[in-house]
Design a protein around this ligand. Structure first.
Ligand SMILES: [Zn+2]
Length: 461
């Protein structure tokens, strides 16, 4: 029994430490290096793995329409190679370390993510640092990066794409509203005209230590803090340029509008978007809970009761610095009027009666419960910290369970009535022609050709 006790205690302790218990999730060691680099370290012993996120505070929002793809373009150039072996060379070095990396450009940041065996954590960080400091973009690498960016965004410089978008054909409904409100670019951004000079300017301005956060979660090497201080402490710091002023929404957007999604087909969609008013008390949590609530209402009305669609959904999005809340459904074109009527009735009911307190509390409990299992393992934790950086107070992240729990039914109803106090922007999207339309059009064309042909033959005689 005595001999068993120690292993049992060890197993219990290791379970405690390897399972990211909800309480411990929020407690994270954080400090700043002398050059201003923010470091967040979270030990999850026994995983044999580390998850690294290097967050650089520059993203799409910092650039105007002509330069929008610049941070994304440089994100690709970061991996373009540090010596003659080029892009394949750095990739092979990462493979040899057993790691996998990726990078993401978002509205407000550009982030490199790495998953790697714990034994190679310093070597992997070395490689990432080499990318940051030694990759030398040249015109050949720039051209390759432009191709990659174009491939990912699906945006090319073709005149056809420009013409279609100029006539609002094929533009996604939310993008269309944002563009009408002056919050999104009229044409999708392309990297085609960006230059090496612009790329290097971005690097000098924003890729500086005091604009970066390094997050490392997992089986941390005891020498890691000293290593980070020595290696990453050598990154230069600089005064950051002023953040770009984000455009304010204008009043040009129409309240209801029909859009052409493509040339022909049977599938349509309906999107009803509202500007999300700022709430002084638990803004984020209140809107998240209302999203769950309205999701559930849409599901019951549009899918269960009226069988109009499989997966209706609500969505929260930010365009420039404005937040939006939307109700959405993909519906057969012929069912669009009915779906619009059901959505209209649902909104009228929410305006009149607010939320059902019992249902709201049930969904709130489920949302709180989800916080205890939603973040599993080092990679999830690292992603969580990356997404919640604004909520870090120097030693803790805000406890999302408590924040969600503290939203009352009254809070939700106040927010809902502010949201629905506006008519919102309704966009009905459907193809230009349905299958019958295509059939009749082609028959008519065929007839026309036959008649013209007949006329020509008759005239020759
Ligand atoms: Zn990319």
């Amino acid at each position: 029994m005595r001999q068993l006790l120690l292993p049992l205690v060890l197993v219990a302790l290791s379970c405690l430490s390897t399972t990211p218990k909800a309480e411990s999730l929020y407690r994270v060691e954080g400090y700043q290096l002398e050059n201003g680099l923010q470091v967040l370290l979270k030990a999850v012993p026994g995983t044999g793995h580390v998850a690294i996120r290097l967050v650089v505070g520059v993203g799409f929002d910092q650039y105007n329409c002509a330069e929008k793809e610049l941070p994304h373009l440089f994100e690709h150039l970061l991996f373009s190679g540090t010596d003659d072996s080029g892009e394949a060379g750095v990739e092979a070095r990462m493979q040899a370390l057993g790691g996998v990396w990726n990078a993401y450009t978002r509205d407000t940041d550009t982030t490199v993510t790495v998953e790697a065996p714990a034994r190679n954590q310093r070597a992997v960080l070395d490689l990432m640092l080499a990318n940051l400091t030694q990759s030398e973009p040249d015109s050949r690498k720039l051209a390759a990066a432009k191709l990659a960016v174009e491939h990912e965004s699906g945006v090319n410089d073709s005149p056809l794409q420009h013409v279609l978008l100029e006539h609002n054909i094929g533009r996604e409904a939310h993008q269309q509203i944002a563009q009408e409100l002056g919050l999104a670019c009229a044409q999708p951004a392309t990297a085609a005209d960006l230059t090496l000079e612009q790329v290097n300017g971005l690097r000098t301005d924003w890729y500086v230590a005091n604009n970066m956060t390094l997050i490392v979660v997992g089986d941390l090497d005891s020498r890691l803090p000293a290593y980070i201080d020595r290696q990453y402490g050598s990154l230069p710091a600089a005064e950051l340029p002023a953040p770009r002023q984000q455009p304010e929404p204008n009043s040009n957007a129409q309240q209801r509008r029909q859009l052409i999604s493509r040339l022909y087909g049977e599938d349509g969609s309906i999107a009803w978007m509202f500007s999300e008013p700022w709430l002084d008390h638990h803004d984020f949590e209140t809107w998240e809970l209302l999203r769950d609530y309205i999701d559930w209402q849409l599901y019951q009305q549009l899918r269960i009761k009226h069988s109009l669609t499989y997966a209706p959904f609500t969505e929260r999005e930010v365009f420039s610095s404005s937040s939006f809340f939307s109700l959405n459904a993909k519906v057969q074109s012929k069912d669009l009027p009915k779906a619009e009527k059901v959505m209209r009735e649902l909104l009228a009911d929410l305006r009149k009666n607010g939320v059902d307190a019992e249902v709201f509390k049930r969904l709130q409990s489920a949302a709180v419960a989800e916080q205890s299992w939603a973040v599993q393992g080092a990679s999830d934790m690292a992603d969580y910290y990356w997404g919640a950086l604004a909520d870090y107070d120097g030693s803790h992240f805000a406890d999302s369970r408590k924040s969600l729990q503290s939203v009352t039914v009254e809070d939700a109803n106040k927010a809902l009535s502010k949201l629905l106090d506006q008519p919102g922007y309704l966009r009905i999207s459907k193809p230009l022609l349905n299958t019958y339309g295509v059939y009749w059009l082609s028959t008519a064309l065929l007839l026309l050709i036959l008649i013209l042909l007949g006329l020509a033959i008759w005239r020759r005689r």
